[in-house]
Each structure stands twice: as C-alpha cells, then as structure tokens.
Design a protein around this ligand. Structure first.
Ligand SMILES: [Cu+2]
Length: 116
C-alpha cells in the first residue's frame, strides 16, 4: 500500500503543478490592468476632446472651471453625471464608443473610442 500511495502523490503533485503553471500563464497573457484616463474641463472645453481607451478603462472628468458642467451621453441620453462644480470630478468605466456633451452648454463635446 505504501509504494502505491507514494506514486499516487507524485502524480498528483505533477498534475497540480501543470494546472497551476498553465493557469498563471494564461492569466498573464489575457489579463490587463484597466487604465485610468483624465479629461479636464477647462474654459468650456473637454481636454483632451477625443480620447482613445481600452475596453474597461476608466475615464475621470475633472471640472477646472468656476461654473457647473456635466458629462452626458450625446446620442441616446442613457447616462449623465449631473452637474458638478469646480475641482469636483465624475468617472465612468468605458465599455463602448461614446459621444458625450455638456447638457448645460451644448457646444461642449467630446468622444471616447475603444482601441481595436
Ligand atoms: Cu458645461
């Protein structure tokens, strides 16, 4: 019984090692840490106005103006930040291309594109 057990354990250790190594290797290749991008609102403009990100990245808008601004989905009105004031910020995780504007000042526009 003892030699059999020893053999069995050896095989188990090898098998577990292979599974672990394979798992870690796979993770290293496919997992990417989400990045954080900053858009500043300065003098009635989104800076940068056009942004390219990876799917799952986060964008933070920081209002540097003295007046209230918001960040609102331009095409479908599906999401909005609501107005926020000087040095306040709002963020969103980006999962698709977006065109947005400030609903308080409709000339303020910006886009976010997912890098392919
Ligand atoms: Cu505005």
């Amino acid at each position: 019984m003892k030699p059999f057990l020893k053999h069995y354990h050896f095989q188990t250790v090898i098998l577990v090692s292979i599974i672990l190594l394979w798992g870690f290797g796979l993770k290293e290749n496919t997992t990417q840490e989400p990045q954080v991008h900053t858009v500043e609102i300065i003098k009635m403009k989104f800076v940068p106005q056009n942004l390219i990100v990876k799917k799952g990245d986060k964008v933070i808008w920081i209002n540097k103006d003295f007046i209230l601004h918001d960040v609102t989905d331009e095409k479908n009105d599906k999401w909005t930040s609501k107005p926020f004031g000087k040095n306040e910020s709002w963020s969103k995780v980006i999962t698709q291309d977006e065109a947005y504007f400030c609903s308080l000042h409709k000339v303020m526009k910006g886009t976010i594109k997912i890098e392919s």
